[in-house]
Design a protein around this ligand. Structure first.
Ligand code: OFO
Length: 183
């Protein structure tokens, strides 16, 4: 008796996305190690924590495939690429990788809709919300570095930014969570 509730196409896409999440975790991990070695401990700490979040996303995909009776395929994780050239470059690359990942997530949502695989469609909604949150978080980083002077940010501004990020929560608040009383 076939107990697999996922099509071959969806299984392959979910497995690919599992690797994408692992790749994102590696990117955050690599950038965190770079930030630490440059003396930005606050930024490093923020990025290390975020690497863990991405790893948790990877696990969510793995668990979902198993729960639906599908076959998990653990594949090699692509190289995170070269180190950032500066903090501005680091935050720009983070934003780009989040936008790329949103495209991957939307692709899976489209596929599940085409197949009328509503269980997978429903599972993916958590990631749609999460990507909105992460893009907001990445945009916040870009705003902070812009205020600090962007590519030309001086040591004092970078020091303040580093301290600020050490205290920043991992999750950005979504617009729908904001109210007039609680802006
Ligand atoms: Fe996995 O959430 Fe960002 O990419």
């Amino acid at each position: 008796m076939d107990t697999n509730r996922l099509s071959q196409t969806i299984t392959a896409a979910l497995n690919r996305q599992m690797t994408n999440e692992a790749h994102n975790a590696q990117i955050y991990l690599a950038y965190a190690a770079w930030a630490d070695s440059e003396g930005y401990e606050g930024i490093a700490n923020f990025l290390f924590r975020h690497a863990n979040e991405e790893r948790n996303h990877m696990m969510k995909f793995l668990e979902y495939i198993l729960k639906r009776g599908g076959k998990v395929k653990v594949s090699p994780i692509p190289d995170p690429g070269p180190d950032p050239t500066d903090v501005n470059d680091c935050f720009e690359r983070i934003f780009k990788s989040e936008v790329d990942n949103t495209a991957n997530i939307y692709n899976l949502v489209n596929m599940s809709m085409e197949e009328k695989d509503w269980a997978t469609w429903n599972f993916m909604q958590w990631f749609v919300k999460e990507q909105t949150e992460e893009e907001t978080l990445a945009l916040d980083l870009l705003s902070k570095i812009k205020v600090a002077g962007g590519k030309n940010a001086g040591p004092d501004a970078l020091y303040a930014l580093d301290n600020d990020l050490a205290k920043t929560a991992d999750d950005a608040r979504l617009a729908q969570d904001v109210s007039v009383e609680n802006p």
